[in-house]
Ligand binder design. Structure first.
Ligand SMILES: [Zn+2]
Length: 128
């Protein structure tokens, strides 16, 4: 059963970020991916995993902006990005914020790059 209330005990005590790349694990038995990585597979209960690395290259799949209560409030831009593996054949969807000044700079399908940060997924726009 998939649950967000899954025990914290099954979380791996390893960083899920390495610079500007995201680390996730794929079950070698059934192919299920776990993000964040866990000690076991929630589909087949397998414990044998292969580490996969995604990023920093990706493209925007959705975006939006925060609500401004006052004109002086800082507006933030966030959304989802499809991050690609190094060979570009595999991808995962991750959420994060965009390092831009206006929502007009964002477009679905636009190329982005994950910035190195230990806590947040911050994306900057890149040219093709
Ligand atoms: Zn499995």
């Amino acid at each position: 059963m998939r649950s967000i209330q899954e025990s914290l005990i099954t979380r791996l005590k390893i960083p899920t970020r390495k610079g500007n790349k995201v680390l996730i694990r794929r079950c070698t038995n059934c192919g299920n991916t776990r993000n964040p990585p866990r000690t076991y597979c929630n589909i087949c209960q397998g414990t044998d995993f292969k580490d996969l690395v995604f990023g920093p290259k990706g493209e925007i799949t959705t975006y939006s902006s925060s609500y401004k209560r006052k004109a002086t409030d800082t507006q933030r831009f966030f959304g989802n990005v499809r991050l690609f593996s190094e060979d570009g054949k595999d991808s995962i969807g991750v959420g994060g914020i965009f390092d831009v000044q206006s929502i007009d700079e964002l477009e679905i399908g636009q190329k982005v790059e994950l910035l190195p940060d230990e806590r947040y997924n911050i994306f900057k726009l890149v040219e093709d």
